[in-house]
Design a protein around this ligand. Structure first.
Ligand code: KIV
Length: 277
């Protein structure tokens, strides 16, 4: 299994880091089999697998439940789990307790936290000090989309681009082991990647980040209808899946399924029950 040290060295050697989300046993098995460097159990699971309209409905229990399944599917991967909406904002004690519970229950390698408020920075410091690696998340932070006024590119003016750089430095200084940058101009992605010593992972942040992350369901086009600009689709599971199921339905109707090779037979037909006439 890779460690935070390996990711650090990858940055130093300019070897790109690949991260993919996974939310359950089969997706985790696939991502590990594809040799992605790290897996994120993102709270995007609220939309991708639970059908919610945003991540704000996702609970600590949801995250723990899915992270445990991912761990079973990818036991050799460095797994990061998202702290969900408002699970790290009530008080520092409650936030630490929630992070410890999630980390211990799911047996993962790191937690991810959005934002850079004073409280968040303090939480990163305390968790790191206690032995829980923390991944930051800046730029578009989906848990606060209601406050941000929607899902839009962040850091495209002087004030906000400087704020993102300043926030990133605060997270690094507090001990964050890497930072995800979502939906920022590629030029800013390049600047933060140069300014920080820890790896930067981009999603809609340009090619100059130290690594990239994509959502499993987005890259496979699986159950998603509308994809953001920053997604490259590598296949079309929606079509492949529906076509396969249509084929099965037709086979059932015309009795071409099950065929002999899918069927059991009894050796001695005398053992079969006799129906009364
Ligand atoms: O929840 C998630 O999948 C994420 C990625 C978009 C980085 O946070």
């Amino acid at each position: 299994m890779l460690t935070v040290k390996d990711f650090q060295q990858m940055k130093e050697k300019q070897e790109k880091i690949s991260m993919v989300t996974a939310y359950d046993y089969p997706s985790a098995k696939q991502v590990e089999a594809a040799a992605a460097d790290t897996i994120l159990v993102g709270d995007s699971l609220g939309m991708t697998v639970l059908g919610y309209t945003s991540t704000t409905q996702v609970t600590l229990n949801d995250m723990s439940h899915h992270a445990k399944a991912v761990k079973r599917g990818a036991p050799n991967s460095f797994i990061i789990v998202d702290m969900p909406f408002m699970s790290y904002h009530a008080s520092i004690e409650q936030s630490i307790q929630n992070a410890v519970t999630l980390f211990q229950e799911s047996d993962v390698q790191a937690v991810k936290i959005e934002g850079a408020s004073e409280e968040t920075v303090e939480l990163i410091r305390r968790l790191t000090d206690g032995g829980i690696p923390v991944v930051g998340h800046l730029g578009l932070t989906p848990q606060t989309f209601n406050v941000l006024g929607g899902y839009r590119v962040q850091g495209n003016d002087e004030v906000t681009s400087n704020q993102i750089l300043e926030d990133a430095r605060k997270l690094e200084e507090a001990g964050a082991v890497m930072i995800v940058f979502e939906c920022i101009p590629k030029e800013l992605g390049a600047i933060v990647s140069k300014a920080l010593t820890i790896p930067t992972i981009g999603i809609g942040a340009g090619v100059n980040c130290d690594g990239q992350v994509l959502v499993y369901h987005d890259l496979l086009q699986y159950g998603v209808d509308r994809l953001p600009k920053f997604v490259k689709h590598y296949t079309d599971f929606n079509t492949i899946g529906v076509e396969a199921i249509k084929h099965y339905v037709a086979d059932v109707k015309d009795e071409s399924f099950p065929a002999e090779e899918h069927t059991y037979t009894i050796k001695n037909k005398d053992f079969l029950p006799k129906l009364k006439k």
